[in-house]
Design a protein around this ligand. Structure first.
Ligand SMILES: Nc1ncnc2c1ncn2[C@@H]1O[C@H](COP(=O)(O)OP(=O)(O)OP(=O)(O)O)[C@@H](O)[C@H]1O
Ligand SMILES: [Mg+2]
Length: 277
């Protein structure tokens, strides 16, 4: 059994007098421990709804979600499930509440009921992990967007989840902050964490193990980044844009250059172009 399994999952919002909105339809998905999966899709395609199904924040309207073999609809296990899967959202300001960085990171371990020495050790470890140990006494609102997002990540890391779901964590950041956060996520990945990475920046998925593309609540593609980038018509129809290098390769091939289609990085494009001479 895979670490995360979704079987024929659907989700419909039914609120008050409003007509129901079906945000997800018929989603099958398996995620193995240690994998990094990217989920991309245009606005309103169901990404954030899917994110909330990964840790039982939402229950599927149809189908079944299991995390580490535990069904998320099992209310007796919900605490255990939430401990296994942490979530980082788009806006760091909405996630930070403490007046000092180390207090912020300590919230999670405190809620786990750990003794003070263990809490201190976890806070220290988490701040080192995100490269903010020198900012432990800083006020979060004085930090840059990228640093704030790293504080949020440290807070989740300190609870030692197996998996972290990131819902567009770089969308509100400048290029510098975006780089810092991406580097931190790669570090989490190298430590063996399972990563679910939601984004609408196609260039951010180049390094993922697997890409899922959502459109109008349905999974329209699942494959490696290379496979995803080669599905150009599908990407265009879904209102997404190819990253620069795959787009350039696509145009060069269209113009008649004999390049392989699966080039993702500037380095390998340069290598392949030089070989043509
Ligand atoms: N609370 C809600 N009540 C009713 N409909 C909702 C609610 N939240 C989301 N939806 C609808 O569900 C669909 C999927 O929304 P969702 O937020 O999951 O998409 P998304 O891919 O995360 O979009 P974005 O790129 O804008 O973040 C959309 O049609 C949206 O309008
Ligand atoms: Mg969203």
């Amino acid at each position: 059994m895979a670490f995360i399994e979704m079987q024929e999952v659907g989700y419909t919002y039914k609120e008050g007098e409003e007509p129901p909105v079906t945000a997800l339809k018929n989603i099958d998905l398996e995620v193995e421990q240690g994998e990094m999966i990217a989920i991309i899709g245009p606005n309103g395609s169901g990404k954030s709804t899917l994110a909330k199904l990964f840790n039982g924040l939402f229950q599927p309207t149809t189908g079944r979600v299991t995390i580490g073999g535990l069904d998320t609809s099992n209310q007796d296990k919900i605490w255990e499930i939430r401990q296994q899967v942490g979530m980082v959202f788009q806006n760091p300001d909405n996630q930070l509440i403490a007046t000092m960085v180390e207090e912020e990171v300590a919230f999670g371990p405190e809620n786990l009921g750990l003794p003070p020495a263990a809490i201190r050790a976890r806070v220290e470890e988490a701040l080192q992990m995100v490269g903010l140990d020198e900012f432990r006494q800083a006020a979060p609102h004085h930090l840059s967007g990228g640093q704030k997002q790293r504080v949020a990540i440290a807070g989740i890391f300190a609870m030692r989840p197996d998996c972290i779901v990131f819902d567009e964590p770089t969308a509100m950041l400048d290029p510098m902050g975006r780089k810092e956060v991406m580097a931190t996520i790669q570090k989490l990945r190298s430590e063996g964490k399972t990563i679910i990475y939601i984004t609408h920046f196609m260039e951010e998925v180049v390094d993922c193990d697997r890409v899922i593309i959502l459109q109008e609540g349905e999974k329209i593609l699942e494959g490696t980044p290379q496979e995803a980038f080669q599905a150009r018509d599908l990407i265009k129809n879904a209102d997404l844009e190819l990253p620069e290098v795959p787009y350039l390769v696509y145009r060069l091939r269209e113009a008649g250059l004999q390049l392989p289609p699966n080039i993702l990085t500037p380095e390998s494009l340069v290598d392949k172009l030089c070989l043509l001479n």
